[in-house]
Design a protein around this ligand. Structure first.
Ligand SMILES: [Zn+2]
Ligand SMILES: [Zn+2]
Length: 343
C-alpha cells in the first residue's frame, strides 16, 4: 500500500444531513493498522447524533463505529495483525493507566473515547486503528455480519453482567437490535425461557427466529401478565429493559420474581424516571445498568456463528448512498432494524 491514501469520511454536519469529507492518510504509526472498510452499520446512537441530540457527540461529527473490513497495511511494530486479514474493530480508545483501566474495567476508563468522535468514523473508505482493538473475523462470516460484532458485544456485556444461567427465565422488553441480540445471547447462555415483549409483529417474528421461546405483543396483551402466566405465576428470574422508557422499566421490574434482577440497557432521553420503590424493597428486587463492552468482543465473535444475525440486516446500501441509508434508518415506517453500508 502506497501512502498517502485518499479517503472519504462520512460526517453529520447539521441535523439530518451527512456529507463526505476528503481526507488523506499520510502514513501509519508503529502500532497502527489501516483497514479498508467493507461493511459499516448504522447504530441507534448514530440516530441520536443525526438528530443533533447525542449528549457526548455534538455536531459536526464523523459517524460509523460498527464495521468490518480488510487489513490494507500495518505499522512497523504490528505483529499480531497481518495484511489481508478480515477483521472487525472494538471502536473505543482507552488509556490503560487510570484506576478503572488498572482494575480491568476499561469500559469506565477516565479518558475513554471512540474512534468516530475523533474524526475517524467508519462510514468511510478507510479507518486507522491501533492493533489491540482489531479482531479477526471467523472464516465464513460475511462482512455485514462482521459489522454487527460491536452491537453483539453490547448485548453480550448485558447478558454477562446479568449472569444469565442454565435454566433461567428471562423477559426482554424491546425488540430492537440490542434487545433481539440480548434475547439470542440469553438463550445461548442456557436460559430455558426467553420472553420478548414489543409492539412490532415483524420484530417479534424475528425474535422467535433468534431464539426467543415466547413473544408478547404489547399492543394486544400485558407483558407483565403474560410473563407471570408463562412462569406459573412466579415471575422471571432476570429481565432486560432495552427501550429506554419509564413504562418499559416499570414492566421489566414488575415481571420479576422475588429477588429477581433487572438490567437496564436502553438509553433514556428522559431521565430521571419514577419507579415503584416499595415493590423494589418488599420483593428485594435488584436493578442495575449495563453499557458498552469490556472484554466482550471475543465472546461475541465466538458466539456469533450460532446466531442467525443476518436476519437483523433489513437494508443495505452502497457507501455513496449514506444519506439515503441514514434517512431509511431514521424513518419509523421503513421497518428497518440494521441498515448496512457496503463498500
Ligand atoms: Zn453501536
Ligand atoms: Zn483508562
Amino acid at each position: 500500500m502506497d501512502f498517502p491514501v485518499d479517503n472519504r469520511v462520512g460526517q453529520v454536519y447539521e441535523p439530518f444531513k451527512v456529507r463526505f469529507l476528503q481526507r488523506q492518510i499520510t502514513g501509519l504509526a508503529g502500532d497502527e493498522v489501516l483497514i479498508k472498510v467493507r461493511a459499516s452499520a448504522i447504530c441507534g446512537s448514530d440516530l441520536h447524533i443525526a438528530r443533533g441530540l447525542h449528549p457526548s457527540a455534538p455536531l459536526p461529527v464523523t459517524i460509523g463505529h460498527e464495521f468490518s473490513g480488510d487489513v490494507a497495511a500495518v505499522g512497523a511494530d504490528v505483529r499480531r495483525v497481518r495484511v489481508g486479514q478480515r477483521v472487525c474493530v472494538e471502536p473505543c480508545i482507552v488509556c490503560g493507566e487510570c484506576d478503572a483501566c488498572r482494575r480491568g474495567e476499561y469500559g469506565h476508563c477516565e479518558h475513554i473515547s471512540f474512534t468516530y468522535r475523533i474524526g475517524n468514523g467508519a462510514m468511510a473508505d478507510y479507518v486507522v486503528v491501533k492493533q489491540p482493538y482489531v479482531y479477526e473475523l471467523p472464516a465464513g462470516m460475511d462482512y455485514a455480519v462482521g459489522a454487527l460484532m460491536e452491537p453483539l458485544s453490547v448485548a453480550t456485556h448485558a447478558v454477562r453482567q446479568a449472569d444469565v444461567r442454565l435454566g433461567d427465565t428471562v423477559l426482554v422488553v424491546g425488540p430492537g437490535p440490542i434487545g433481539l441480540m440480548t434475547a439470542a445471547m440469553c438463550r445461548r447462555a442456557g436460559a430455558s425461557r426467553v420472553i420478548v415483549a414489543g409492539r412490532s409483529a415483524g420484530r417479534l417474528d424475528i425474535a422467535r427466529q433468534m431464539g426467543a421461546t415466547d413473544t408478547v405483543d404489547g399492543s394486544a396483551a400485558d407483558p407483565v401478565e403474560e410473563a407471570m402466566c408463562l412462569t406459573g405465576g412466579k415471575g422471571v428470574d432476570k429481565s432486560f429493559e432495552c427501550v429506554g422508557k419509564e413504562s418499559c422499566l416499570v414492566q421489566a421490574l414488575a415481571a420479576l420474581r422475588a429477588c429477581g434482577l433487572c438490567t437496564v440497557v436502553g438509553i433514556y432521553e428522559k431521565s430521571p424516571v419514577q419507579l415503584p420503590v416499595t415493590q423494589l424493597v418488599s420483593r428485594e428486587l435488584r436493578l442495575q445498568g449495563a453499557q458498552g463492552y469490556c472484554w466482550d468482543f471475543p465472546v461475541a465473535i465466538d458466539a456469533a456463528g450460532d446466531l442467525p444475525l443476518e436476519k437483523l440486516i433489513t437494508h443495505t446500501f452502497p457507501m455513496e448512498q449514506l444519506q439515503q441509508a441514514l434517512d431509511t434508518a431514521l424513518d419509523r415506517n421503513s421497518g428497518s432494524l440494521k441498515v448496512v453500508l457496503k463498500a
